[in-house]
Design a protein around this ligand. Structure first.
Ligand SMILES: Cc1cc2nc3c(=O)[nH]c(=O)nc-3n(C[C@H](O)[C@H](O)[C@H](O)COP(=O)(O)O)c2cc1C
Length: 348
């Protein structure tokens, strides 16, 4: 299946758009670990149009992040067109992605994100307006519908294709489901069957094996991973191994894992202007990188209190020097779910 921009993979692996996570440093890191395509977090069309400073900071990206898509949201076709024009003229990403999936109240209240899914005429108008305002390919990310009654991913996807979408990503949950229940991969298969454009499968990929299962069950043209990349950007290279028929490379040992976390931290330091705020914001990633390690509860407690990146290096060095002690603490790690992302900042 041909993608509307140059991408060097038969089945491209996408880092999903994630507010507060798929920021420039993490996008670079994921590219280094095998992601073929990355997408910015969702950015408000109004914020772009008004050249809001914080929005433009989130919009900036470096050459190491290409191919990249900039994701925009909004329910005003004119504002969306203006935003697309500005992004195309000033930033020239490989594509512009429209968010029709965000379930957050603040966004859907104004019909943004998945709010648009209640009105498919509006979805079409938005896509047409954006497509007319840019020469870049326009892609869409949708959920399966607003609620169970309106659940109809194939119709929504076909409307997006008819209006000009060149790639479509489906997260097969409804807005009202938020993140509960399971992603219905059979809906991805149905959309793949119905559309002529490349379809990206998204939802509930936690391991490289999950990605392969999704690919086999749905025949999706590309695979999009969000939460499964938390603390393990190497998941992309692992999926690549399995797609190529090679044994999966093992997850890195603890020293290497810390080295990746520190690489990530260095990228953050180069990007953010407030070192203390950046370190506090980074705590969630530190929690994810320490998931499943011996004594991870104790380790996490220390990492959640850092206010500088220097402290992180010290804590990692101490952990490695006292590996025996941590082994005795056992594996208190277990799974850390997405909601834990908000915990570490609360300690600030
Ligand atoms: C913290 C977080 C932020 C997200 N932000 C966005 C966003 O800005 N735009 C978007 O289209 N989806 C966003 N999503 C949804 C993901 O892209 C993805 O569709 C969803 O998490 C399901 O994929 P997963 O099971 O691989 O996590 C976000 C998800 C999470 C967990």
């Amino acid at each position: 299946m041909r993608f509307p921009f140059a991408v060097d993979a038969a089945t491209p692996l996408y880092l999903a758009p994630m507010a507060g996570v798929s920021e420039s440093p993490f996008r670079q890191l994921c590219h280094e670990h095998g992601a073929d395509v990355v997408v910015t977090e969702f950015l408000s069309a109004e914020g772009i149009r008004r050249e809001n400073e914080a929005t433009l900071h989130k919009l900036a990206f470096g050459p190491g992040e290409r191919p990249i898509g900039v994701q925009i949201f909004g329910a005003e076709p004119d504002a969306m067109a203006d935003a697309a024009r500005f992004v195309s003229d000033v930033f020239q990403p490989e594509f512009i992605d429209i968010n029709f999936g965000c379930p957050v109240k603040k966004v859907v209240r104004r019909n943004g994100g998945s709010g648009c899914l209640r009105d498919l005429d509006l979805v079409e108008r938005v896509i047409r307006a954006v497509s007319a305002a840019t020469t870049l390919p326009v892609t869409c990310k949708i959920r399966s519908g607003w609620n169970e009654e309106m659940r109809d991913p194939v119709t929504i996807a076909l409307r997006c294709q008819d209006a000009g979408a060149r790639v479509l990503a489906l997260h097969p949950r409804t807005r009202t489901q938020m993140y509960s229940g399971s992603a219905r991969w059979e809906e991805i298969a149905a959309v793949v069957e119905a559309l002529d454009i490349p379809v990206l499968g998204n939802g509930d990929i936690k391991t490289a094996e999950d990605a392969i299962r999704m690919h086999e069950q749905t025949r999706c043209a590309g695979i999009m991973i969000a939460r499964g990349s938390y603390g393990q950007p190497w998941i992309f290279n692992q999926v690549k191994d399995l797609l190529a028929g090679r044994p999966k490379r093992p997850a890195p040992p603890v020293e290497e894992r810390f080295a990746v976390a520190l690489d990530h931290a260095r990228l953050v330091m180069a990007y953010e202007t407030d070192p203390r705020g950046a370190a506090i914001e980074f705590r969630k990633h530190l929690g994810w990188y320490s998931r499943g390690l011996h004594g991870s509860a104790d380790l996490r407690k220390r990492l959640y209190a850092v206010t500088s990146f220097g402290e992180v290096e010290g804590i990692f060095a101490d952990y490695l020097a006292n590996a025996e002690k941590y082994r005795d603490l056992g594996d208190a790690g277990g799974e850390l779910d997405a909601d834990d992302a908000s915990d570490p900042k609360a300690a600030a």
